[in-house]
Design a protein around this ligand. Sequence first.
Ligand SMILES: Cc1cc2nc3c(=O)[nH]c(=O)nc-3n(C[C@H](O)[C@H](O)[C@H](O)COP(=O)(O)O)c2cc1C
Length: 199
Amino acid sequence: MELHEAIQRRASVRRFSAEPVPSAVIDTLLEAAALAPSAHGRQPWQFVVIAPGKSRQRLVDAMAVEWRQHLAADGVDAPQIAERHAASAARIVSAPALLMPCIDRNLLDVYPDTHRQQAEYSMAAQSIGCAIQNILLSAVALGYDAGWMCAPVFCGEAVRRAFALPVTLDPQALIPIGRMATAPKRRPKRPASALRIDR
Ligand SMILES: Cc1cc2nc3c(=O)[nH]c(=O)nc-3n(C[C@H](O)[C@H](O)[C@H](O)COP(=O)(O)O)c2cc1C
């Protein structure tokens, strides 16, 4: 598939068929991630491949505590929290394949001042975004689809504990992958002309 076609076809898919994703496809997606640009060429990422079954439920349970607390603090009522949690849990548990990109803080440059350290972390977040986009576009090119869930960003410690991950890994997202069951509603995009600032 031509690159621009993959860019145009990509959309965040939230419902997948039950068809499994072959392990070779996951390997190809990770090869695409590995080719992404990164600040200083540090490649500050690891990708947890979360198998179906018990580990998915462990992830859901780990994230639920903080997630419920955050929603309650936002004034969301209990039935709505239960409904939103059930929908999110179903996406995680039923995803044919599930990747969790993590920033590896071990691979970041160390600076003596907070300003540059924050800039370094910001660049790591930009870098892993590039790697994730490579995964999303490669999935489309291979005839698959993917989504993006940001929940682990808000409860990194709980997620690390659930999977016994090193303290230096910061979970950044969950990427469900599979074949779409329902075509997503296309989100309106701002036209390129509106993004442009000429000086
Ligand atoms: C950093 C980031 C976080 C996102 N988090 C979520 C999420 O938690 N749940 C979700 O359903 N989609 C999430 N998305 C997907 C966006 O909602 C989606 O990209 C946006 O609505 C545009 O739709 P499109 O991807 O189909 O073009 C996220 C995307 C990004 C880049």
